[in-house]
Design a binder for this molecule. Structure first.
Ligand SMILES: Cc1cc2nc3c(=O)[nH]c(=O)nc-3n(C[C@H](O)[C@H](O)[C@H](O)COP(=O)(O)OP(=O)(O)OC[C@H]3O[C@@H](n4cnc5c(N)ncnc54)[C@H](O)[C@@H]3O)c2cc1C
Ligand code: FES
Length: 430
């Protein structure tokens, strides 16, 4: 159990909760603020969005313990403060903004210009409420409006398996905890890869060591020939860094391609690299840029090039009890670059991705690790055109197949996206 204190809509709320309690359930079940909904349970729909210290996050993928001591604003809090729709809500309302549909269900949108006092939209038995424009909203899709109650199969919440939560406030403390707790412990950074995996029971560590409060690991620093980025630096901060925008714009751009704003407010560069998803943006960007990572463990600190860091499908050179502390990326001011990502939905991982800079080409989701398109790079070096080099982009690759693409389609995408990235690198101002 953890004692969690939150300032919710300006009111202090403290409760002893199970360590695995998600923020959304704390808000709904402890604070009784039910405008924060559970829709997809998979960090996609945004129905659970709240403001954490003023920034939007998906509360289905934040532990209540991670939010301890912070300020949370829910939809009820916005209504109390302003009494009218925010600019974003207004724009959604007026322009029929819609992604998957869950996001339009908040009561303030349902009721048009009227602000609902509090609580849930009223279920209407399947037809949906009539918006001012006459269009039905699918209220019946909310889990709490299904006959079987919340959850997909008769009432269960999708929550992680039990674990013990420990919080570290320094790298030394995290290393000590890792040594004490052994192989049953896992580090938790933004939690936007680990918590979804735990909810699906693909991971069930006995202990989570939360690195999220280690402020010494959140920075972006000019170090002469390279820029150093602390491992706990969030995607949002990498994306909006002025230093990176001028010195390594490809990296800033790649961070802006991760998920959606809520995900970028939580996920970290170190977490993304340590997770080593071959479809992810930052491993591909680091590979294209020839960067390296700094790893700290009981035996000291070592540096590993990106080329040697990703060792297999979701596998890295990180040893047990080692923490990824920093990322080093060579400066590339004024060098043309291209970045292409083919996705099915806006906040998805790449079905195939390509990052190109200075004759280097990296591919995402074309193998178990981020790959260099070596044949295309050699052709470029020998004077081939972008189109000629791009024709070789898939040479030597053997990408996996899934519901989105078979191997031949992925190889086709690699060629097309590489051509686009190379043309982009030649033409866009750096
Ligand atoms: C809906 C959704 C869409 C997404 N879309 C994209 C996308 O388009 N592109 C993309 O690249 N990513 C995407 N992601 C992943 C997201 O970027 C994650 O934030 C990121 O992959 C992991 O970072 P994190 O800080 O959340 O790590 P966590 O989830 O906290 O940790 C991930 C793993 O890394 C380990 N770890 C974390 N930090 C360290 C460290 N400093 N040292 C050692 N080990 C560590 C953890 O133990 C865990 O095994 C998406 C995620 C979701 C949920
Ligand atoms: S419930 Fe869909 S993103 Fe949280």
């Amino acid at each position: 159990m953890s004692k969690v204190s939150l300032a919710v809509n300006g009111k202090e709320i403290t409760a002893d909760v199970e360590d695995r309690t998600l923020l959304v359930h704390f808000l709904r079940d402890v604070a009784n603020l039910t405008a924060t909904n559970v829709g997809c349970e998979t960090t996609s729909c945004g129905a659970c969005t709240v403001l954490l210290d003023g920034e939007s996050v998906k509360s289905c993928t934040v532990l209540a313990a991670q939010a301890d001591g912070r300020e949370v604003t829910t939809l009820e809090g916005l209504a109390a403060e302003h009494g009218e729709m925010s600019a974003v809500q207004k724009a959604f309302h007026e322009n029929h903004g819609l992604q998957c549909g869950f996001c339009t269900l908040h009561p303030r949108l349902r009721d048009g210009d009227h602000v609902a006092a509090e609580g849930e939209p009223v279920a209407d038995g399947g037809g949906g409420a009539l918006r001012p424009g006459g269009q039905h909203l699918p209220l019946h899709r909310l889990p709490q409006h299904r006959e079987c109650g919340p959850g997909r199969s008769g009432g269960g919440q999708v929550i992680p398996p039990s674990f013990t939560y420990r919080r570290a406030s320094s790298v030394d403390e995290a290393l000590d905890l890792a040594a004490e707790l052994g192989e049953d412990a896992k580090f938790l950074a933004g939690g936007h890869s680990l918590l979804p995996l735990m909810k699906l029971r693909f991971a069930s560590p006995e202990y989570l060591i939360d690195l999220g409060r280690i402020t010494e690991l959140s920075y972006i620093r000019d170090e002469g020939t390279y820029v150093a980025v602390g491992a706990l630096t969030r995607h949002h901060d990498v994306n909006t860094s002025e230093l990176l925008a001028s010195e390594i714009p490809l990296l800033a751009h790649a961070a802006g391609q991760v998920g959606d704003p809520q995900i970028r407010h939580r996920g970290t560069i170190g977490g993304s690299l340590a997770h080593a998803d071959p479809a992810a943006d930052l491993p591909m960007a680091l590979t294209a840029l020839g960067g390296s990572v700094e790893l700290r463990g009981p035996g000291g600190t070592r540096r590993v090039d990106a080329a040697d860091f990703f060792t297999g499908f979701f596998e890295t050179a990180l040893a047990p009890e080692e923490i990824l502390t920093a990322v080093r990326v060579p400066r590339r001011p004024g060098v043309g670059w291209g970045y292409q990502k083919f996705v099915r939905r806006a906040n998805d991982w790449a079905i195939v991705g390509v990052a190109a800079i200075d004759g280097r080409i990296a591919l995402a989701n074309m193998g178990p690790v981020p790959l260099r398109a070596s044949a295309a790079e050699h052709a470029l070096g020998s004077g081939a055109s972008a189109a000629e080099a791009a024709d070789l982009a898939a040479d030597g690759t053997s990408p996996g197949e899934d519901m989105h693409a078979d191997q031949a389609f992925r190889q086709h995408l690699a060629r097309v996206l590489t051509r686009r990235a190379l043309v982009q690198a030649q033409t866009q101002p750096a």
